[in-house]
Write a protein that binds this ligand. Sequence first.
Ligand code: SF4
Length: 363
Amino acid sequence: MTGLMIDVSTHEQLSFLGKRVLAGGQVSREEASWLFSLESTADIFDLMSWANRIREHYKGNKIHLCSIVNAKAGACSENCSFCAQSSAYQTGSPRYGFVDPEPVLEAANEANLHQVTAVGLVAAWKGLKEGPMLDEVCDRISELASTGKTRPDASLGIIKSQKVADRLKEAGLECYGHNLESSRAFFPKTCSTHTFDDRLETIGYLKKAGIKICSGGIIGMGETREDRCDLAYTLKEIGANVVPINILNPIKGTPFENVPPLPPMEVLKTIACFRFILPRQEIMIAGGRTINLRDMQSMVFTAGASALMVGNYLTTLNQPVEKDLQMLKDLGLDPNWDSHDFADQEEPVSQPISFRPRQVVAV
Ligand code: SF4
């Protein structure tokens, strides 16, 4: 006995919680908060190894790839503090009106070529109402769906009527991207031209229309770990199918241009915590991964991610798709999956959970 004290309880607790999630159980808000509070690299790698097991258990080696087309760029009326496309900021970002069919069909061809299973039409505006623009959007969605080359997704902002959601569904839309951005508490720091509740209301209409939900947020905007934890639980509550995690890429000219970057280990830990909280959902790493994670990008899968946004983002560049495909191949991961099957992303009925007290063991 040397008198050396090693706290092995963290390892034991991670194993306890990891086994519970693997067995179909859940982590409580208090337990998740503890996961987010882990600091040492050894503990974070331990957490990630369990997140990786959970991903493999629920998702196998399948990785969902998704890409986006900026269907209407810039001059947006909203003032989201992270966004290059808001008319409130001078960012030099491109501006153009709603796209013709050709670029959308080109995106479908490219997606098909690279095993990308979903293409999302993204528009920089507050939202979509009934009228000629909705007709045009529905045309683009129908054209995309009729190619049979990719799943048509869209991210078109706030919806204030059930009829709009129903029309999108009729046009062939399967999944709608609508991030909550952050926790309810932090949201007002990201935007003041619409509210967190506007976003939840939109998701309500979409779900009622039978459209699957792609909703996540952005980390690294100055929010706390508790905000990230709250976001994950709200996403669980709303039944998001796909959960994009964006990592802030501070854009010059926006209010967040000088926000310091999160350390890569904090990003990976956040992904792992999301996997513990959302074991069945597609956790998708989206904008900001290249600039924030650099050589550590492949570790997102070890941290529990099961999906990747590939190709360029709305206003920033990504690494080439070929490089991402090689990364997946090297990791033994497979981008081929049935993109129309959402069954493995649904939340089960919640189960009772308990938290074992911590112990300090002398060795
Ligand atoms: S995030 Fe969307 S709604 Fe907000 S400013 Fe950018 S384009 Fe507009």
